[in-house]
Design a protein around this ligand. Sequence first.
Ligand code: CA
Length: 301
Amino acid sequence: MSQTTVSYKDEHIYEFTPDLEPVYTAENGESLTIETIDSLDGTIQENTDILDAIPEEVNAATGPIAIEGAKPGDVLKVTIEDVRVNENRGRVVTAPGFGLLQDHDDIEHPLTRITPVQNDSIEFEGLNVEIKPVIGTIGVAPATESYTTLVPHDHGGNLDTTDMTGGTTAYFPIFQEGAMLAMGDSKAAMSDGEMCGTGSEIGTDIDVTLEVVNDPPVSLERPLVETENEWKTIASAETMETAVELANRDMVELLKREHDFEATEAYMFSSLVGGLEISQVVDPLVTARDAVPKEYLSNPF
Ligand code: CA
């Protein structure tokens, strides 16, 4: 059975706004393939192609895709079946004013390293790195504010979270009719933290199934992911302290409900299992998550 492909060539956005118009409307439960271009729009193809500055438009997100029946207060369930790289090279770059070590004299800005794809790996300076794709930017139309695709927030966006990959189910709060999902900014590989400001940026084909959870029993304020073994809350904020506070607070609410705990007991339990993880430390807001193994938390929806 063939499924519809929505490509960045059809439509893509550089800003998540409250009033997005869909390029495609999916049925509730429909499976789609989403084609994405690399976060730098194909401008970096050789080591001599460098970034003097972060371009005004980055992280082209394919979409927006409306989902029938999605209304504010519902939850969008995105089952990510597979993420495949669709070109023969990725690229890692530094750029002035960007990245964790941007002020260190011995770290060169800008610099580009092309990472050729060889079977299941990319190659960096003679070293092979297994391809583990990551969808860097994925989100829905926000409530009132607009956010460029460089910014992560409660709607998702530039989350740069390694769990956004095949086998994960991602959940987003729905703020607008139709939800208006868009995604792009994939990497062939990326570390937690994304310290230099990029992973191996690359185009991908992403298989997803889109479902609406109508009138969910839990109100979701920020993205949540279900991986093979864990549930993880995801939060973005100006500081890492605030991001981890929000992620932990969201997890406390889930643990309270699951185990009939008081808030303090849920808080204490969150300090016993799973734990905090860094998504990225380089975007305008930083992103963190709080993980709890599935044996202690069931599907809240
Ligand atoms: Ca990104």
